[in-house]
Ligand binder design. Structure first.
Ligand code: SF4
Length: 376
């Protein structure tokens, strides 16, 4: 049994132009059935006997807070009734400004949610409009205030850089605004233009211009400068936190540890076996209601493949990957497994090995994609 649980809520109020996640609009009528199906899947996965309690629960999406307050309460209460949960468990929810209100936040707090990750992306309305976000910068600030009033101490914001029409000046002011809110966690993602998204079409047709490479490098430098000045330390390629506020659930993924995922499109990784549920929420409900399996695909990872994944994922963390843990888990060491390739990456100043960890150097983080491609 894993000690991390992910629950997928696939509904959104509108589809953002860059989004390739498993999320759907116009399915409001399905939400009640979907939550009932989630409760049934949770029941089916619930452990029996005396087992290790959950240390993290993460409601992600989609937009979990697009569900009504009563549906949110139903899914969380069902989960807490079925699974043993550690008293200090991190229970996170992804929320979007424009879909939270005082009632929802009070209910979330009341059922034990203790961490909110707000998808803000930018504090400039024009940038938000260009990527199809439904909220304004003012609503984002209000959402943070409301979460604080409801008693949430552990608050994170997602921001994106490399957005159409963005420059280093507007990135600096977005980041300044976020930091002025006194958050203890920030996720800063560089925009990726995914195939077959409206954004990709608009960029291809020259209807939107993305900032150039030099501008993006300048934004990276601004991120390092402002987060450091604000006392947030980078602990993962895209994540910054005050000490003690790193997202424990996501660290489970980066350490390639076991986790259970429920809901449409959710992935689980348990004892070397990875499985993915069917993506469509309607199909997911039909299968659950018929008492059939919702698993679409399942693969057992070979030791080699799992070892390489653990190295690659672990290098995302600034601390890196623990060499002892690799040896205990796989009986393999990076030096002997990667041989010359690893020695060259270390000699080139891209990787370093010390105090029992293998990690990317500052220079290695700049070329992280290249390093990972050599180790994958
Ligand atoms: S809110 Fe998130 S999941 Fe929903 S469409 Fe936008 S990016 Fe995708």
């Amino acid at each position: 049994m894993a000690s991390a649980l992910y629950i997928h809520i696939p509904f959104c109020a509108a589809k953002c132009s860059y989004c390739s996640f498993n999320s759907y609009t116009g399915l409001e009528g399905l939400q009640g059935r979907y939550v009932d199906s989630l409760c049934l899947e949770l029941q089916k996965c619930a452990p029996e006997g005396d087992i290790e309690p959950l240390k993290t629960i993460f409601l992600g999406g989609g937009t979990p807070t697009f569900l009504s307050a009563s549906l949110l309460r139903k899914v969380l209460s069902s989960c807490l009734a079925l699974f043993p949960v550690a008293p200090d468990a991190e229970i996170s929810i992804e929320a979007n400004p424009g879909t939270v209100d005082a009632e929802k936040l009070d209910i979330l707090k009341g059922v034990g949610v203790n961490r909110i990750s707000l998808g803000v992306q930018s504090f400039h309305d024009r940038e938000l409009g260009r990527i199809g976000r439904i909220h304004s910068a003012a609503e984002a600030v209000r959402a943070v205030d409301m979460a604080r009033t409801a008693g949430f101490q552990n608050l994170s914001i997602d921001l994106m850089y490399g957005l159409p029409g963005q420059d280093s000046g507007s990135w600096r002011t977005s980041l300044d605004t976020a930091l002025s809110l006194g958050l203890n966690h920030l996720s800063l993602y560089q925009l990726t233009v995914e195939e077959e998204t409206p954004l990709e079409r608009m960029v291809r047709e020259d209807r939107l211009q993305l900032p150039g490479d030099d501008e993006v490098v300048a934004m990276d430098e601004i991120s390092a400068e402002l987060t450091t000045a604000a006392g947030l330390f980078q602990y993962e390629i895209s994540n910054y936190a005050q000490p003690g506020y790193q997202c424990r659930h996501n660290i489970t993924y980066w350490q390639n540890s076991d986790y259970l995922g429920v809901g449409s499109g959710a992935v689980s990784c348990l004892r070397g076996c990875r499985r993915r549920n069917v993506a469509g929420p309607e199909q997911y409900c039909r299968l659950v209601e018929a008492g059939k399996s919702v698993v679409l695909e399942e693969e057992t990872l070979e030791t080699d493949a799992s070892f390489r994944e653990t190295v690659i994922m672990g290098l995302r963390l600034n601390r890196g990957v623990s060499i002892d843990r690799l040896q205990t888990r796989y009986g393999l060491l990076p030096e002997s497994y990667y041989g010359k390739t690893l020695r060259r990456l270390i000699a080139d100043g891209l990787l370093e090995q010390s105090a029992g960890y293998l990690f990317l150097t500052d220079r290695g983080r700049v070329f992280a994609n290249r390093v990972m491609a050599e180790l994958v």
